[in-house]
Design a protein around this ligand. Structure first.
Ligand code: HEC
Ligand code: HEC
Ligand code: HEC
Length: 85
C-alpha cells in the first residue's frame, strides 16, 4: 500500500469514502508524472464548482491561489481543512 493511499484512507479525507479514487484525478495513460487529468484548479472544480463556501474561496483568492496550496500542503493527499496539517 502506498503513502498516497494511506493519506486518502486515514488522513481524514472524505474523498475515498465518497468514491473518489486515484484515477478520478490521475490518468495513468497520460505521460509526465503526476499526470493529472486537468491542470490547476480545473482539476478540483470538475467536482467542486459552485459548491464552495466562505471568503477563502472568493473569486479573487482563487485567481491568486491554487486549491492545492491550501489543501495539499507539501503535495500530500490529505486534503486537510483550514489550519489542520
Ligand atoms: C482529488 C484529486 C487526487 C486524488 C484522488 C489523488 N491525487 Fe495524486 N495528486 C493530485 C494532485 C493535485 C497532485 C499534485 C500535487 C502538487 O502539485 O502539489 C498529485 C500528485 C501525486 C503524485 C506525485 C507527487 C509526489 O509525491 O511526487 C503521485 C505519485 C500521486 N499523486 C499518486 C496518487 C495515488 C496513488 C492516488 C490514489 C491513492 C492519488 N494520487 C489520488 C491529486 C489527486
Ligand atoms: C471526482 C470528484 C472530485 C474531485 C476531482 C475532487 N473532489 Fe474534493 N470532494 C469530492 C467529494 C464527493 C467530497 C466529499 C463530499 C463533499 O464534501 O462535497 C470532497 C471533499 C473535499 C474536501 C472536504 C474535506 C475532506 O474531508 O475531504 C476538500 C477540502 C476537497 N474535497 C478538496 C479537493 C481538492 C483540493 C481537489 C483537487 C486537487 C478535489 N477536492 C478534487 C469530490 C471531488
Ligand atoms: C486560501 C486557502 C484556500 C484555498 C486557495 C482553497 N481553500 Fe478550500 N478551504 C479552505 C479553508 C480554510 C476551509 C475550511 C473552512 C471551514 O472550516 O469552514 C476550506 C474548505 C473547503 C471545502 C469544504 C466545504 C466548504 O466549501 O467549506 C472544500 C470542498 C474545499 N475547501 C475545496 C477547495 C477547492 C476545490 C479549492 C480550489 C478551487 C479550494 N478549496 C481553495 C481554504 C482554502
Amino acid at each position: 500500500m502506498n503513502s498516497q493511499y494511506n493519506e486518502l484512507r486515514f488522513g481524514g479525507s472524505k474523498h475515498l469514502d465518497s468514491g473518489v479514487v486515484c484515477t478520478s484525478c490521475h490518468d495513468p495513460h497520460r505521460g509526465q508524472a503526476p499526470s493529472l487529468r486537468q491542470q490547476g484548479n480545473a482539476l478540483c472544480l470538475q467536482c467542486h464548482a459552485g459548491k464552495l463556501t466562505g471568503p477563502q474561496h472568493g473569486d479573487e483568492v482563487l485567481k491568486a491561489a491554487n486549491c492545492t496550496s491550501c489543501h495539499m500542503q507539501n503535495g500530500r493527499h490529505v486534503f486537510a481543512m483550514g489550519g489542520k496539517t
